[in-house]
Design a protein around this ligand. Structure first.
Ligand code: SF4
Ligand code: SF4
Length: 263
């Protein structure tokens, strides 16, 4: 059975290194200063734009919870295999519907008090409670299972995926998206290091390189597999604009005309 090296070095941008501070500011500080929850509004707008343009890039490079999981909880997590039931698309879909229903329901209730004293506090507190709930659930799963276990069912991840599918269907995000690609497939030595280090427990080898069954939607574009590949086979590349959502086995043809390569 393949061993998982969850403690492998993750790739941190300066933003991802310190973004976890935002979790404490909103989820904890917001309990005393509810208006701090209002920071969630521009954050969610940015998440939606990035999801549309770049899939789950947000989760791997910007998300404050992702930063918290990779930068803090990784060191005290049990780092187990993510349970199979958490990968259920039905579960993720149901959680997304429930989460959005609760959020919209609370927002509508608060908006009935528009113009009254304390409106902004009540509005901010809706986001604080949501953020706190995600922090608690994510922390429980991170400590008991794997740092990124929550990310497999996170409603905001599902939301980004839906937006990404829309962008792909419209054929407008091929230029902005950065996807896993292989430079020289024949250089792969089948060591499976990429699969052992992937925070989402995806399998660049063999699922991408051999089986043509890689789940691009679940990939958070974090570059960890790219960093750890000993032969430099893997890249994250931007693709040219093509209408529709290319199948994995079409990737090399799609990327063969691309000049920008990011390692
Ligand atoms: S396949 Fe690579 S880029 Fe995608 S989530 Fe896994 S480690 Fe990150
Ligand atoms: S880490 Fe690189 S060489 Fe090893 S299996 Fe993955 S792609 Fe192939």
């Amino acid at each position: 059975m393949m061993q998982i090296d969850s403690k492998a070095e993750r790739v941190f941008t300066p933003l991802k290194r310190y973004a976890w501070l935002f979790v404490f500011v909103v989820a904890v500080g917001g309990l005393w200063i509810p208006k701090l929850g209002l920071f969630m509004i521009p954050l969610m707008v940015a998440l939606m734009i990035m999801g549309f343009a770049k899939g789950k890039y947000w989760c791997g490079n910007v998300c404050p919870h992702g930063s918290f999981f990779d930068g803090i909880l990784l060191h005290i997590s049990r780092n187990k295999k993510i349970p199979a039931f958490l990968r259920s698309k039905i579960l993720a879909g149901l959680l997304f519907v429930w989460f959005m229903f609760m959020l919209v329901n609370r927002l509508v209730t608060v908006f009935y008090t528009l113009g009254e004293a304390g409106f902004l506090d009540r509005l901010g507190f809706v986001f604080v409670l949501n953020y706190l709930a995600v922090t608690v659930l994510g922390t429980v799963l991170a400590l008991g299972s794997n740092p990124r276990a929550w990310c497999t069912i996170c409603p905001m991840g599902t939301f980004q995926l839906l937006l990404y599918r829309l962008g792909s269907w419209l054929g407008v995000n091929r230029k902005s998206d950065m996807r896993l690609a292989a430079a020289n497939k024949e250089d792969c030595v089948s060591c499976r290091r990429c699969s052992r280090v992937c925070p989402m427990q995806l399998k660049p080898y063999p699922d991408y390189l051999e089986n043509k069954s890689f789940d691009f939607g679940a990939c958070i574009r974090c570059s960890t597999c790219v960093r750890h590949c000993p032969t430099g086979v893997l890249k994250l590349r931007q693709g040219k604009v093509t209408k529709g959502h290319p199948q994995p086995w079409e990737e090399e043809a799609v990327y063969s005309t691309t000049e920008e390569v990011i390692k």
